[in-house]
Design a protein around this ligand. Structure first.
Ligand code: BES
Ligand code: MN
Ligand code: MN
Length: 458
């Protein structure tokens, strides 16, 4: 193990160059004009896997963007780890707010700035660099299977089918994902719970064309105002979602878990700073940590109608559109929540308004088992990489593959993240600190050794 870490330390400058080359590819999954960039990222990663000593490396087509796969099978007696990452990224908009262009990665004071730096190219690269370092000193002490997808940021719509097709080939003891953040710099954390997602679009239509608001205002129902009243009917001022049945399946937090979450060193000042100086808000009776990780939420993600250009235009718009998403916790079912949402929106809609409701993305919430050898292995690996044992926490984001792997492959997941809370995920000036990258590589290297040891095969 030490030889692999020493090798990785000597190879750090080259590892940073490799990361920058990956970050320069604008592999935005949601925009079709980037389909070729997605492909370049996939083939670059396939090449990386080959040089890291993985075999059978291939780029698998799906109905959407491809999955890159490679493996290293040592022998059946060794534990097998299935590593997942995603090479697609969120759109970089709004571009004007970036200090340096999002796909011209820069290192400033040991911090890499680029779209995808932390989410997830930097973190998946930590795993590939770790495998490469082991390869340089004789190979990992574990069997390794790696798959990297290109559709995570759009909800992994084709990954379930890919997992089902390759279920026998993907058999493993545990899945590992580095696509989350540590609770703070210097305080590693293992995320054992993620929220799910139900993402909806609501289009409210009134008159079949825009109208003069002087000639028709007050005499014709305005879809923008009507949609605003519908949205207001989805959530109370206190943050409680008012959709009937919404909380029916929410698993209550027990006292032990509340005590454990309360002990997580969650700093409300840095939370507020990372949140653009926003004050805390939300459901009464729950801490901020609980609201983010263990309680469901509802947010308007986008809202458009009528004239939003310069100056004034007296118009009564013909339609209004809102994108609204709900974060879910166990045991909420994204399909059922989508139906309850639609029913309630229709019940709130006034006469004369035509409503279209579309379900865009769904992801199941997940809670990971903690009493498995791989968790102990990850704990000791963080001690090697960051000099400290991790705390256990729940996060508010979603990673659809976690529930998919549990259901389809019967696999537990360890979420061993290396980001920081202020990495600006999905926002301008996304960053990944080199200290996190290097610590992450060492942690990944140590994880293989610790897992092999836990299985008595080191
Ligand atoms: N890596 C994030 C999720 C995340 C971030 C988990 C920080 C834990 C801590 C992931 O790439 C992401 O953004 N997921 C989307 C999924 C959605 C499109 C289904 C999300 O959460 O919005
Ligand atoms: Mn991610
Ligand atoms: Mn993301």
């Amino acid at each position: 193990m030490h030889a692999a870490i020493e090798h990785a330390h000597r190879d750090r400058d080259a590892a940073v160059e490799r990361l920058l080359a990956l970050l320069a590819i604008p592999s935005v999954s949601t925009q079709s004009e980037h389909a070729d960039d997605i492909r370049s990222a996939a083939s670059l990663l396939a090449e990386r896997m080959r040089t890291a000593g993985l075999t059978g490396v291939r780029v698998d087509e799906t109905e959407g963007h491809p999955v890159v796969y490679g493996e290293r099978m040592v022998d059946d007696g060794r534990p097998t780890v299935l590593i997942y990452g995603h090479y697609d990224v969120q759109p970089p908009d709004p571009l004007a707010l970036w200090t340096t262009p999002p796909f011209e990665p820069r290192v400033v004071d040991d911090v890499v700035f680029a779209r995808g730096a932390a989410d997830d190219k930097g973190q998946l690269s930590a795993h590939l660099e770790a495998i490469a370092a082991w390869h340089a000193v004789g190979g990992t002490p574990t069997n390794v299977k790696v798959f990297l997808e290109g559709e995570e940021e759009i909800g992994s719509p084709n990954l379930g089918a890919w997992l089902r097709t390759h279920a026998s080939e993907l058999q493993a003891d545990v899945a590992v994902i580095s696509d989350s953040a540590m609770i703070a710099r210097g305080t590693p954390s293992i995320v054992y719970g993620l929220r799910g997602l139900a993402y909806m679009e609501v289009i409210a239509r009134g008159p079949n064309q825009d109208l003069h608001s002087g000639l028709y205002g007050g005499a014709v129902l305005n879809p923008a105002g009507a949609l605003a009243r519908i949205i207001a009917g989805l959530q109370g001022e206190d943050g409680r979602v008012t959709i009937p049945g919404f909380y029916d399946r929410v698993r209550p937090l027990d006292d032990d878990e509340r005590a454990e979450l309360a002990a997580v060193p969650f700093d409300t000042t840095s939370f507020s700073k990372a949140a653009g100086r926003a004050a805390g808000w939300g459901e009464a009776g729950f801490s901020l940590k609980e609201r983010i990780g263990a309680r469901p939420s509802l947010d308007v993600n986008g809202l458009v109608s009528g004239w939003t250009g310069e100056g004034a235009k007296t118009v009564l718009p013909s339609s209004a559109t809102a994108k609204i998403s709900m974060r879910l916790v166990p045991d909420q079912d994204p399909g059922e929540i989508a139906r309850l949402f639609e029913q309630h929106v229709r019940a709130l809609a006034p006469e004369g308004l035509t409503i279209e409701v579309r379900s865009m993305t769904g992801a199941w919430p997940a809670v990971c088992p903690r009493d498995i050898p791989a968790m102990r292995a990850a704990e000791s690996a963080y001690e090697v990489g960051f000099g400290r044992a991790p705390v256990f926490t729940r996060e508010g984001g979603s990673i659809p593959v976690v529930a998919d792997m549990a259901e389809i492959l019967g696999l537990p997941t360890v979420l061993m993240g290396f980001g920081l809370p202020d990495d600006n995920l999905h926002a301008p000036n996304e960053k990944f600190e080199l200290g996190q990258f290097f610590g992450g590589i060492d942690t990944c290297i140590a994880f293989h050794a610790a897992l092999a040891e836990a299985h008595g095969t080191s």
